[in-house]
Design a protein around this ligand. Structure first.
Ligand SMILES: NC(=O)c1ccc[n+]([C@@H]2O[C@H](COP(=O)([O-])OP(=O)(O)OC[C@H]3O[C@@H](n4cnc5c(N)ncnc54)[C@H](O)[C@@H]3O)[C@@H](O)[C@H]2O)c1
Ligand SMILES: [Zn+2]
Length: 375
């Protein structure tokens, strides 16, 4: 399998959730058709367009022009960029702005940005007037393959990330892959960790394809749309089978137990972006699985080698300023996952594309593994 040679027609991925079913439309240059698509979906609807300052600088004019060309009335709500906007304060500002713009049932909230905007705007949509329809127009790779699909929305509590939120499915997701051309390389790479995750957790053929085609994906070739569609299809399938995360959806957390601990240990700072932490977390999950004899060391090395080839961190020493220590990491893992009688739940692997949930992992064994990594 090689990359497609040219940009095709938009790809549509359906999320099969009965009366909450919706389409994810993926293609280069789709933003220009946003107004027409909204008009077809919600004739006569007004729009509250929620975005951040950075996305606004790059793409707001084109987005508003697309709405205007379809004759859609639009209120603009621009918040500061970054995780800090997933706060009670910004949530309040956004809700008040939606109400002030007289957005009602039958109108539409459009979340135009990365995962921060999707989570914040989606949660505001879930709450204002007890639920307004919303559309995701994701502008980061992470948002196009992960956060815009599945209906999780929310903000951060002072006591932890994403602790206040709701499940609220969008009515449509429009992923314009050209928007990613302005994304800083480091952000793109971090999002790519989640792309690789879909191969590593359940699709070995996709992982091989990524090994051969990742450069085209980074360069904005047609491999980009194909890869995003594969990821959305994978997540949409899991979400449709397990909307509220009681079983299979847990597999999407491959690399996230180690990853979250590393992210938290670095204070959720610029030192380690989420995707970078997940890259490290996946490399560790593969190594830990190999150590337990679940797969050959060479296969674990192959998984890490690809992440390293695109420039993602795979060793604790890759973290600028050094990794949090073993004790700190074990404390954070325990907080994240709740240790039950010294046992932890982990997503482990029997090979590339063969992840499974293991819920009786010995905390002492994890500690010994991490201690080895530091020695
Ligand atoms: N709801 C879910 O299922 C889910 C899943 C994964 C992550 N998340 C959440 O997503 C958030 C992370 O998302 P993210 O990585 O997209 O972060 P983000 O939204 O903060 O975007 C990253 C940075 O890129 C900038 N940016 C966005 N689009 C751009 C573009 N096209 N060109 C130039 N700059 C652009 C943003 O302004 C920001 O500075 C976290 O809050 C995380 O909790 C949610
Ligand atoms: Zn993630």
């Amino acid at each position: 399998m090689t990359a497609p040679l040219r940009h095709a027609e938009p790809i549509v991925v359906q999320v099969a959730l009965a009366e909450r079913a919706y389409d994810i439309v993926i293609g280069r240059g789709l933003l220009a058709s946003l107004g027409a698509r909204i008009k077809a979906l919600r004739p006569g609807a007004c729009v509250a367009l929620i975005t951040d300052e950075t996305v606004a600088r790059h793409h707001l004019a084109a987005c508003e022009a697309a709405l205007k060309s379809a004759g859609i009335e639009c209120a603009r709500i621009v918040v500061p960029e970054g995780e800090g906007s997933k706060s009670y304060a910004t949530f309040e500002t956004v809700c008040e702005a939606i109400i002030a713009a007289r957005i009602e049932r039958g109108d539409l909230i459009v979340a135009f940005g990365g995962g921060v905007i999707g989570d914040l705007a989606g949660f505001a949509a879930a709450c204002v007037r007890r639920g307004l329809d919303f559309m995701q127009v994701p502008t980061t790779l992470l948002a196009q393959v992960d956060s815009s699909v599945g209906g999780k929305t929310g903000i951060n509590s002072r006591q932890g990330k994403n602790l206040v939120g709701a499940f609220h499915q969008p009515v449509m997701v429009i992923a314009d892959t050209a928007l990613l051309d302005t994304l800083p390389k480091r952000q793109f790479r971090a999002g790519y960790a989640e792309v690789a995750k879909y191969g590593l957790l359940g699709d070995a053929a996709f992982f091989s394809w990524l090994e051969a085609n990742w450069q085209d994906l980074f360069a904005g070739g047609p491999a980009r749309e194909h890869a995003i569609a594969v990821c959305c299809r994978a997540k949409a399938g899991v979400v449709a089978r397990d909307e509220r995360e009681s079983g299979e959806r847990a597999l999407l957390n491959l690399g996230h137990t180690f990853g979250h601990a590393l992210e938290a240990g670095c204070g959720f700072s610029d030192r380690l972006l989420h995707g970078e932490a997940i890259s490290l977390g996946m490399a560790l999950a593969f190594e830990f699985s190999a150590r337990k004899g679940l797969l050959a060391a060479a296969e674990a090395a192959r998984a890490s080698a690809h992440l390293a080839a695109v420039g993602l961190p795979t060793h604790l020493k890759d973290i600028p300023g050094g990794a949090p220590g073993v004790d700190a990491l074990m404390d954070l893992i325990a907080q994240d996952k709740k240790v039950r009688r010294g046992k932890l739940t982990f997503i482990l692997v029997r090979g590339i594309g063969r992840a499974f949930v293991k819920n009786d992992v010995d905390a002492a064994e994890v500690r010994a593994f991490l201690a080895e990594k530091f020695s």
